[in-house]
Write a protein that binds this ligand. Structure first.
Ligand code: ATP
Ligand code: MG
Length: 420
């Protein structure tokens, strides 16, 4: 223990658990890399206005959860609370949309920051893998993204997740619905805060988790009845494509999501083993966002999956990922000369592509063998003075317990052959 602890609402990833997080990031990004998505990385902070305009002043993320700071130079910045606005900003700045190759498909992986009330599955620093497809209005693109997220979760072995799907309409039909909903909500018995929300972002009231609010929402106008023909047809096509791909989803008329920029398709992945932090990921179409941040019209769609909650979901289902041991050979020298010889062998093994590690710190045989065991290495190589005098090392197979003397010069080839 030092004097310091990780800040409230944060936690460290340390071995061996950290390997699980890497594996989850890899599992989520693999289907994207395999589907034409290029990797993008953006700064951890941005001009605060990018989020207030892009994500929306009326959202919890911007109004309550953002970490903002003023730099010594007087710039107003915010630690990024989400990825989409930054990725779109970066794509526009690099003119990726002008290269004549739409949609621009991008994936990212990184840390996000929200000043939240910490609880299980809800942290102030968390990590997401996300995907954005920028500049095309095509229901197949919405379907592609949902299918790829589904594939990612399935390859991890997850089963108890559900996909909730809705359409939020577009700039034609949503305002009409919004008016009707506001009229309905104004008649209800609601607190001050929620009343204000009716004016700012009435759809969000539907998302209120409190039973006393939910009770009053029975009979509220539903967006589906207000969708224009174009939105209806678009949504039908997304649904058909998902069904054809064998992806099971649930229509959820109340699904509105916390960000202002969504239009048409919205979806959320929820996991039933996570209690109240049940959303493992979410996304949707955001046709108006580019213009909101000063860009051209670029209809787009994307999602972000939470790595932390995905790991919790794996734990909730009792899934142990098969993580191959990262070390294949562990070298244990006995004595000073052996230390030099085996250290050189370890270097040689590594250069030959064999994952190898070494008993550092000159501890005795017992301690070194403990490290060898803990490393999960398939083989240990032990050598003392007598072995070296004979030009051999002792190669021990940790699975079978068999041990044999191998000529020093033949060690690398022998190990490679055994591992193949
Ligand atoms: P919630 O409703 O639980 O607050 P959200 O709608 O704010 O979630 P998004 O903005 O859609 O979440 O972010 C996508 C994913 O990122 C979430 O589904 C979740 O897995 C993860 N996530 C969001 N906020 C947090 C957080 N504070 N801690 C851990 N993971 C988070
Ligand atoms: Mg949230």
């Amino acid at each position: 223990m030092s004097t310091f602890k990780a800040p409230k609402g944060t936690y460290d990833l340390t071995p061996p658990d950290s390997a699980k997080y890497l594996a989850v990031r890899e599992a989520i990004s693999a289907p994207l890399k395999n589907s034409g998505y290029g990797y993008i990385e953006t700064p951890g902070f941005e001009d605060v206005a990018l989020f207030s305009r892009g994500v929306g002043e009326s959202t919890d993320i911007v109004s309550k959860e953002m970490y903002t700071l003023t730099t010594k130079g007087g710039s107003e910045l915010a630690l990024r609370p989400e990825g989409t606005a930054s990725v779109l900003r970066a794509a526009l700045e690099a003119n990726l949309h002008k290269l004549g190759n739409l949609p621009v498909k991008l994936w990212y992986s990184g840390s996000y920051y929200r000043y939240e009330r910490p609880q299980k599955g809800r942290y102030r620093h968390f990590s997401q893998v996300g995907a954005e497809a920028i500049g095309a209005e095509d229901p197949a693109l919405d379907a592609e993204l949902i299918i790829l997220a589904d594939q990612a979760y399935r390859t991890l072995g997850l089963q108890n997740f559900r996909i909730l799907l809705n359409s939020l309409g577009d700039k034609e039909c949503r305002p009409v619905y919004r008016d009707a909903l506001q009229e309905f909500l104004r008649e209800l018995d609601l607190d001050e805060d929620t009343r204000r929300r009716i004016d700012l972002n009435p759809l969000r009231v539907l998302d209120d988790k409190r039973p006393e609010v939910q009770k009053q929402l029975v009979g509220a106008p539903v967006l589906r009845d207000y969708l224009c023909d174009a939105c209806k047809a678009y949504h039908e096509e997304v649904r058909d494509l998902l069904t054809a791909a064998g992806v099971v989803y649930e229509d959820d008329e109340k699904l509105v999501r916390g960000l202002d920029y969504y239009t048409r398709t919205t979806f959320e992945f929820v996991h039933d083993g996570l209690g109240s932090q049940s959303a493992v990921g979410g996304g949707g179409r955001y046709d108006g966002l580019s213009e909101m941040i000063g860009g051209p019209a670029l209809p787009s769609v994307g999602w972000a999956l939470g790595v932390d909650r995905t790991v919790l979901a794996l734990e909730a289902e009792g899934i142990e990922l098969e993580l191959p041991s990262s070390t294949s050979v562990f070298a244990v020298p006995l004595g000073e000369e052996a230390r030099r010889v085996l250290f050189a062998k370890v270097t040689e093994l590594r250069r030959a592509g064999v994952a190898a590690d070494f008993a550092f710190g000159g501890r005795g045989l017992k301690g070194a063998m403990k490290s060898a065991n803990r490393s999960g290495a398939r083989f240990t190589v032990v050598a003392g003075e007598r072995d070296l005098a004979e030009g051999v090392v002792q190669l021990k197979d940790m699975e079978s317990g068999e041990q044999q003397a191998v000529a020093l010069d033949a060690l690398v080839a022998e190990v490679q052959q055994k591992l193949a």
